[in-house]
Design a protein around this ligand. Structure first.
Ligand code: GDP
Ligand code: GDP
Length: 439
């Protein structure tokens, strides 16, 4: 189990980031005190006793008009709590209960997650208790008076918090291996490629038994980087002579895709892209996996100086589902460019789990909107894009907050999405976009 996540939610300026800083023992270099400044959801590692966990500040947004943007603040909170084990709901003891607190609190009560109610800015302890008492009215249990700036009360908060976390012995740091599936039709050269990898990386190769008896994963290491080759048993299975030509198990391929980070989609240069390859490409995209297209048996093709360009164009147009995937022409037989496959996998894997800071995303967004303003719909109302932020990775998923998603036609959406890909240089990974209107 990876480190549990604890979400810190609350309206702007109640002291969420001050609290997160204190819990993680870190200080921000930059202080954001201006309203309207966008901030990131930051993940900070914390520990208390034997418990290790990550705290995420959902502050993200500081808006001028809190009521108007409450749905968006809530959206941020919603995203964060989906992955969290518990929530710290921070309120401002000096300000007392506000409408926004009541709304957020009411919503939190309906979520199926433990909520700790932290009443911040309660510096003087006696004074703090009386300030905190008012917050019983939120119906979220006992309010815990505390001060992010002075530190009092945070111990009590953490004591309560860790009761809701999984036992420390169940928590292990996540592995950094890259999971790779080699898929393609029979005879395209998958096992030859596998042998080429293993041959080259003879240093450390070890089988790892998988979940089912015949799904065996293989671990390969190169320059200190670990790759887990998914279902190598499926790749190297014995050709079944008795039953004639080997059949192509799409289910097995789909399972391997599901378990991977990066898919090597192997195409036979002599056959070109087939319908089955297209089916696999569709699945790779649906599952949001990074992908590298490997055109194998390049040695067997008659070539002139145009061949590779023509072939690239052909593959690109036939494999539109994975238009993001780089194409590499190799020969498992001669070893030509085989080493480059792992390089491509590295890049694709890295991009697949990349997190782009909100400030940079919004710069890209502003740039795109300035070049090409959103369309005005027939009713004369113009689409407005307020803000965007990345809500998850693997694949990178970006949410765009707009006035009304229906005011943006597919062309414009595609334009924005392509601009992101171009300016941010995503390579080898699908990107997901969510267009969200104000409720
Ligand atoms: P956020 O928007 O919820 O992340 O809030 P910040 O952490 O940025 O804090 C908002 C303001 O409240 C800042 O001016 C902080 O200095 C102030 N603040 C934070 N914690 C405390 C506290 O414990 N006591 C007092 N008096 N002020 C605090
Ligand atoms: P798999 O069924 O996808 O695992 O394919 P194999 O690795 O078993 O290869 C199928 C056939 O293609 C074998 O006869 C290989 O020798 C041949 N083959 C594999 N890679 C290449 C290559 O790069 N060039 C050529 N000319 N033949 C290859």
């Amino acid at each position: 189990m990876p480190l549990p996540i604890v979400a810190v939610v609350g309206r702007p300026n109640v002291g969420k980031s001050t609290l997160v800083n204190r819990l993680s023992g870190e200080q921000y270099a930059i202080v954001y005190d201006q309203p309207g400044v966008t901030r990131d959801r930051v993940y900070r590692e914390c520990f208390w006793g034997a418990h290790e966990f990550q705290v995420v500040d959902t502050g993200g947004l500081v808006f001028d008009d809190e009521t108007e943007f409450l749905p968006m603040i809530r959206e941020q909170a919603e995203i964060a709590i989906r992955e969290s084990a518990a929530v710290i709901f921070v309120v401002d003891g000096l300000a007392g209960i506000t409408d926004a607190d009541e709304q957020l609190g009411g919503w939190l009560r309906r979520q199926n997650i433990p909520v700790l109610l932290a009443v911040n800015k309660c510096e003087g302890s006696k004074y703090g208790l009386s300030l905190a008492a008012e917050f019983w009215n939120l119906g979220l249990g006992e309010p815990i008076p505390m001060s992010g700036i002075h530190g009092n009360g945070t111990g009590e908060l953490l004591d309560e918090l860790v009761k809701h976390l999984p036992p420390p012995e169940e928590v292990v740091a996540e592995s950094d291996e890259i999971k790779v599936a080699i898929i393609g039709r029979p005879n395209v050269g998958k096992s030859s490629l596998l042998n080429a990898f293993i041959g080259e990386n003879r240093s450390i190769v070890s089988p790892i038994s998988g979940t089912t008896r015949d799904a065996i994963d293989m671990s390969v290491e190169r320059d200190g980087k670990k790759y887990r080759l998914i279902d190598t048993a499926g790749v190297r299975r014995k050709k079944n002579i008795d039953y004639g030509i080997e059949f192509f198990s799409i289910n097995r391929a789909f399972k391997a895709i599901g378990r991977s980070d990066v898919v090597l989609l192997v195409i036979d240069a002599l056959d070109g892209v087939t319908d089955q390859d297209q089916k696999l490409a569709g699945r790779i995209n649906d599952e949001g996996k990074a992908c590298v297209i490997v055109v194998n048996k390049w040695d067997a093709i008659e070539k002139d100086s145009y061949t590779i360009y023509d072939y690239t164009a052909e593959v690109k147009s036939r494999l539109m589902f994975v238009e993001y995937a780089p194409i590499i022409f190799v020969s498992a037989l001669t070893g030509q460019r085989v080493t480059q496959i792992l390089d491509r996998i590295d890049i694709a894997a890295e991009q697949h789990k990349r997190r782009v800071p909100t400030a940079i995303l919004n710069e890209a967004l502003n740039e795109a909107v300035t070049w090409h303003a959103p369309p005005t719909s027939r009713g004369g109302k113009q689409g407005k894009v307020y803000y965007c932020t990345q809500i998850s990775d693997s694949p990178p998923t970006i949410i765009l907050f707009v006035n009304d998603p229906h005011r943006f036609n597919d062309n414009y959406k595609r334009y924005i999405e392509n601009q992101f890909r171009k300016t941010l240089g995503f390579d080898g990974t699908p990107l997901r976009f969510i267009w969200r209107g104000k409720k």
